[in-house]
Design a protein around this ligand. Structure first.
Ligand SMILES: CC(C)(COP(=O)(O)OP(=O)(O)OC[C@H]1O[C@@H](n2cnc3c(N)ncnc32)[C@H](O)[C@@H]1OP(=O)(O)O)[C@@H](O)C(=O)NCCC(=O)NCCS
Length: 243
């Protein structure tokens, strides 16, 4: 495996500084013992959600993603994972609740197939998105429906060999921005633009772009991912989650 895909294990005394965003990567394919451990820390409403999945594989991935989220949040919030409480924004964005209101620890997550990425920050909103690069999905019709005129124009300048990667760079950057704001598809996708040419710097062009910083990363071969964090004064640290 390419060395860029080897993410470090975190230090024992993990600290989340004000000027840091921590991104964790985790495989959601867990053995039964670890999956049971994840299930044991879920709340009643999470267990109910898990029970509604049609396919056992999807249910197990949800249980793993939430269990790992609780384990990681427990480290940052210094709380037993099972006692953490979430509140949900008007469009479903989860946030950590404390006795005094919203926690200073902010987070967001994304999962696809058996891979999950999590972002954590202190006192700053963030959004994260992950997608497998699927050339069969990266077609003209979908691009026209989701991309802004500026993005479409940039996409059309690319050779066919670059278009699938560019499509998912665009998609994950847009989605990470929408998730950072927490408003879901209330934000028209054509109302802001991101750059998408592979190898070129990532840039967000929106009415509030001064408020955010956008960063793309490749969490595993064949995947694209992006994170958008509030303000520009943060650095990214990446950790690998192991059961
Ligand atoms: C709700 C939404 C976040 C779903 O995103 P998704 O890509 O299907 O799923 P992801 O795995 O990336 O993210 C899901 C997680 O985001 C979090 N989430 C849910 N609603 C959210 C919101 N409004 N804002 C931020 N995060 C949200 C949750 O933790 C959720 O995981 P969980 O419920 O299993 O814990 C939303 O942005 C959406 O529906 N997007 C539509 C996709 C689209 O058309 N994108 C166009 C891009 S060009």
């Amino acid at each position: 495996m390419d060395n860029s895909y080897v993410w470090p294990r975190p230090p024992i005394n993990l600290e989340l500084a004000e000027n840091e965003i921590h991104v964790w990567r985790a495989s959601l394919d867990l053995n039964k013992e670890i999956l049971d451990r994840c299930a044991s820390v879920l709340s009643q409403d999470e267990k109910l959600r898990a029970s509604r999945f049609l396919f056992p594989g999807d249910r197990d991935h949800f249980v793993a993603a939430r269990g790992i989220l609780r384990e990681l949040l427990g480290k940052y919030a210094v709380s037993p994972p099972a006692l953490l409480q979430f509140q949900y924004g008007a469009h479903g964005k989860p946030a950590l609740l404390t006795e005094n209101g919203k926690s200073p620890i902010r987070f967001n997550l994304s999962h696809s197939r058996s891979l999950a990425v999590y972002g954590f920050a202190r006192h700053r909103e963030l959004g994260i998105d992950l997608e497998p690069i699927r050339p069969e999905f990266a077609g003209e019709a979908i691009a026209e429906r989701h991309f802004s005129p500026r993005e479409l124009e940039e996409w059309h300048t690319l050779t066919p060999g670059l278009r699938a990667e560019a499509f998912f760079l665009c998609w994950t950057r847009k989605e990470a921005y929408v998730k950072a704001r927490g408003e879901g598809l209330q934000i028209p996708l054509a109302s802001f633009s991101v750059t998408l040419t592979p190898g070129q710097p990532e840039e967000l062009q929106s009415v509030d772009s001064a408020r955010w910083h956008l960063h793309s990363f490749e969490p595993a071969p064949g995947y694209a991912a992006a994170i958008v964090g509030e303000e520009k004064d943060w650095r990214l640290l990446q950790w690998d989650w192991q059961p």
